[in-house]
Write a protein that binds this ligand. Sequence first.
Ligand SMILES: [Zn+2]
Length: 109
Amino acid sequence: MTQPKRDPSTGRFIKPTPSERVAAHVERVNALHPEHDSDCAVNSEPAYPAGECDCGAVARSLPKGFPQAAISKPKPAPSINKRAAAGIIWFIILTGLALIGLIVYLVTH
Ligand SMILES: [Zn+2]
């Protein structure tokens, strides 16, 4: 169990961040209420490494109104290939628009 952190200079408890609160909550849920679905990732061992809860038991156990963003993992950054493809598509679109504008200008002047 994670112990609450204290400020070394004052000895007072430091308020945990939302993600620290979620991590502590997940720890408690897993320890006290192992009501995960049988195919939840926490039950993957020993065949595979156990993962984080993907059956929703942790999310269901959170208090109402708790920010769901705190329990969902941030999306990984798009791979360089996706970003390069998006850049090429934008280049084609903008070049096409510029060419259309040039043609319209040349035709009308
Ligand atoms: Zn679960």
